[in-house]
Write a protein that binds this ligand. Structure first.
Ligand SMILES: CC(=O)SCCNC(=O)CCNC(=O)[C@H](O)C(C)(C)COP(=O)(O)OP(=O)(O)OC[C@H]1O[C@@H](n2cnc3c(N)ncnc32)[C@H](O)[C@@H]1OP(=O)(O)O
Ligand SMILES: O=C([O-])CC(=O)C(=O)O
Length: 375
């Protein structure tokens, strides 16, 4: 059970910055809910598309609505030729989050949101197109192939794996992708979502809101932590080595990526879900190092600091076991969180006032400009 944290101090911590009907974070009880549903139940019962539908339309779909929704999203997966050409120009050395940011922005020039009446169509287009934006660029620049951006996969997670690996993904991998996309879909006023809402509050277009949000998600204190956690754990060859290294890092006051949270105080409810799937995947690939190393880090952090893994930590090993390159970890977060960002933009637009806080001034007293010749 997640406990409420005492929230105060810098970083707007604990300030109510607006209202939402989308999500609760860190309330005693479920810990994380989307429109009233416990995220753990959604992850156990649903496909990601059901959760996207819940966020965008307010209720879970019935069977017919879900079938129709998945079919419609399938038709939106391919990319315009002009966007493919732009993606081909981005170097292989680029960070894939910069590719996602550019992809969102370029799509906004090719298929602009001309009226807020189009907002749901634009959100769904972005959601359907992001896996292809990431994989078209990745496969072109790393493998030298121009991939077909459509697939027969029913779910977005399966579609992403099919484009990345050029083969039909296993049922287990499709299930884990669904769980992962559901866990990452929405999280109240986190930094990237708040970025999107600030942008929306100026009555800007949805592509601008999403493009800005991608920039905020990129940092290692937010979405970039899954990638940073992977870079950290793959250095260690045994649980003992990991434990020693973590003790040294804590001694040096280093930040341990994938641990701690701005709102949760004792656990992140998403962690217990993804940890189980990471262990299943470890068994599937016969791993005897990465998962035990992850557990050793987890135990040492709790023992030493009472810090717990957040959603990002076990995502690192889970994605790695599915053969996903580390630098694509945070872009997968984008494929999911675009649903949360867009839903917040819709909410902001439905009851808008420009977001414009005040600053406490700590600079010099008012003074006269000394003419340049006398300075
Ligand atoms: C999906 C997501 O975006 S989840 C977040 C992903 N980010 C990470 O995993 C990055 C690592 N974690 C962190 O940097 C932080 O825990 C954040 C950014 C998530 C939250 O920051 P805050 O709200 O400022 O953390 P909080 O107030 O709980 O910090 C309390 C103390 O614990 C320390 N602490 C918090 N997290 C960590 C960590 N991962 N490693 C080491 N120390 C930590 C802080 O430095 C602080 O110490 P201090 O009192 O000596 O200054
Ligand atoms: O809420 C936050 O601050 C960060 C987070 O866990 C998320 O965005 O999923």
């Amino acid at each position: 059970m997640a406990e409420a944290k005492v929230l105060s101090g810098a970083g707007l911590r604990g300030q109510i910055a607006g209202q939402t009907a989308l999500c609760t974070v860190g309330k005693t009880g479920a810990g994380l809910t989307y429109r009233g549903y416990d995220v753990r139940e959604l992850a156990a019962e649903c496909d990601f598309e059901e959760v996207a539908y819940l966020l965008f339309y307010g209720e879970l779909p019935n069977t017919q609505q879900l079938t129709d929704y998945k079919s419609r999203l399938k038709t939106m997966r391919d990319l315009p030729q002009a966007l493919k050409e732009v993606l081909e120009r981005i170097p292989a050395s680029a960070h894939p989050m910069d590719v996602m940011r550019t992809g969102s922005s370029v799509l906004g020039t090719l298929e602009p949101e001309l009226s807020f009446d189009q907002q749901r169509d634009v959100a769904e287009r972005l959601m359907a197109a992001f896996p292809a934006i990431m994989c078209y660029w990745y496969r072109f620049t790393h493998d030298g192939v121009r991939i077909n951006c459509s697939s027969d996969e029913e779910t977005l997670g399966g579609h992403f794996l099919a484009l990345l690996h050029d083969k039909k993904p296993s049922d287990l991998h499709v299930k884990v992708m669904n769980v992962s996309l559901i866990l990452y879909a929405e999280h109240e006023f986190n930094a990237s979502t708040f970025t999107a809402r600030v942008c929306a509050s100026t009555l800007s277009d949805l592509y601008s809101c999403v493009t800005g949000a991608i920039g905020s998600l990129r940092g290692p204190l937010h979405g970039g932590a899954n990638e940073a956690a992977m870079d950290m754990i793959e250095q260690w060859k045994s649980p003992e080595e990991a434990r020693e290294a973590i003790l040294g890092m804590l001694e040096r006051k280093d930040k341990i990526m994938g641990f701690g949270h701005a709102i949760y105080s004792v656990s992140d409810p998403r962690n217990e879900v993804i940890k189980v799937w990471a262990e299943k995947l470890a068994d599937e690939v016969g791993d005897t190092v990465l998962y035990p190393v992850s557990v050793a880090v987890d135990e040492t952090m709790w023992e030493q600091k009472k810090l717990f893994p957040n959603a990002d930590f076990y995502h690192a090993s889970a994605y790695h076991f599915m053969g996903i390159p580390t630098k694509l970890f945070t872009p997968i977060f984008v494929c999911s969180r675009v649903t949360g960002w867009a839903s917040h933009v819709f909410e902001q637009r439905s009851n808008n006032r420009i977001i414009r806080p005040s600053a406490e001034y700590i600079g010099p007293e008012q003074r006269k400009v000394v003419p340049i010749a006398q300075r």
